[in-house]
Design a protein around this ligand. Structure first.
Ligand code: F6P
Length: 374
């Protein structure tokens, strides 16, 4: 008999499509199959610290399969191991040099779980959220992790949920841009999210039929892209689509930073490279170029069928891992078409997963004439 009677779920970091289907699968498996009690923790680790706990029932999650976002809400700036101190008015405390003062409040969170009688914590997140997950596991919390992010950059798993939906959004956005770009003989430069990883741009660019794909992992030379555009124009193609990752950079250049969020454990927000690329390509080719930054549209929308199934499999497997095998401190992963699990120590111990220049999808794209500017 398992000693697990009551579990809690939290969603951390940037939201993505598929979080709700995972919540639904965890709740349904836990209640229908194992008769457990389930608690939802609102607003990620912030809610764990402030005890934003409330019961979750099968009826509450039945309809959320198709909904984007997370019914539990999320936060991407509440690392309880390095938590900004606040004064009695709720203002962040800074030292004499204007630097934020941090302290470790993770023990409060552990106590909160104990006090609520929660035996295991299911954490849905990307590398930042799961680094804290690993640290809670080290403190003895029974953690089960489920890999989330549109960036698909988490180590040890082939795919995170949310990625497939974001690829569909990128390719659909390019479809919409194609007709207007073609009607005006323009170049459209489309900026795609992904932080330092190019997976979303690579897959979205191929799916959307981009002429050039510029990735963080393959620094680019715009004269090569301009040459490709001029050659295509000479051959009769009157418009071009360039997909550029928000973290992409020119050879010997730097990534373009949109803003620095001082209060976030991961403070850099990328954005703006599409404008730089569009301006330079217009100058180099003489053809009008426009930039479109897809931004947070890529995190929204109803999950694709693929993501609904993957999320359901992940949620179900996570509960089974805890109940059938009694394994904690692990993350469920997808390898090929099989779900298995890997310890959080191993996942977080590795660098994030990046595109390599010999990735089969890069080779595929080059084989069909897509330019990477390298
Ligand atoms: O990690 C997911 C992601 O959407 C990245 O692709 C992007 O760089 C970042 O989050 C944006 O974060 P925020 O929502 O804080 O602007």
């Amino acid at each position: 008999m398992s000693e697990i009677k009551k579990i809690a779920i939290l969603t951390g970091g940037g939201d993505c499509p598929g979080l709700n289907p995972v919540i639904r699968a965890v709740v349904k498996t836990a209640i229908e199959r194992y008769g457990l009690e389930v608690v939802g923790i609102k607003r990620g680790y912030y809610g764990l610290y402030h005890k934003y706990f409330s019961p979750l029932t099968v009826e509450m999650v039945d309809e959320i399969l198709t909904e984007g976002g997370t019914i539990l809400q999320s936060s991407n700036k509440d690392n309880l191991f390095i938590y900004p101190m606040r004064d009695e008015n709720g203002e962040i405390v800074k030292d004499e040099n204007g630097k934020i003062v941090y302290h470790d409040v993770s023990d409060v969170a552990v106590e909160n779980l104990k006090e609520a009688g929660i035996d295991a914590l299911f954490i849905l997140g990307g590398d930042g959220t799961l680094t804290s997950g690993r640290d809670f596991a080290r403190k003895g919390v029974k953690v089960v992790a489920i890999p989330k992010t549109i960036d698909n950059d988490l180590a040890c798993t082939d795919y995170t949920f949310g990625f497939d939906t974001a690829v569909a959004t990128v390719s659909e956005s390019i479809d919409r841009l194609r007709t207007t770009t073609r009607s005006h003989d323009r170049i459209s430069v489309v900026e795609v999210m992904g932080r330092g990883a190019g997976w979303l741009t690579l897959h979205g660019g191929i799916a959307g039929g981009a002429d050039a794909i510029l990735l963080p992992e393959i620094p680019f030379d715009l004269t090569k892209v301009a040459e490709k555009i001029k050659k295509d124009r000479a051959n009769g193609k009157n418009y071009q689509i360039v997909a550029v990752a928000e973290g992409a950079k020119e050879k010997d250049g730097e990534a373009v930073i949109l803003k620095v969020r001082e209060d976030s454990p991961d403070p850099i927000r990328l954005g703006g490279i599409a404008n730089v690329v569009a301006d330079k390509l217009e100058e180099m080719t003489g053809f009008e170029a426009r930039a479109t930054i897809l931004g947070h549209t890529q995190r929204g929308g109803s999950p694709t069928g693929h993501d609904r199934i993957l999320s359901t499999r992940y949620g179900n497997a996570a509960v089974k891992l805890a109940m059938e095998e009694g394994i904690f401190g692990h993350m469920v992963v997808l390898k090929g078409n099989e779900i298995s699990h890997v310890s959080l120590e191993e996942v977080i111990g590795q660098k994030t997963k990046n595109v390599t220049p010999d990735d089969p999808y890069v080779v595929l794209a080059k084989d069909i004439g897509i330019c990477f500017g390298d």
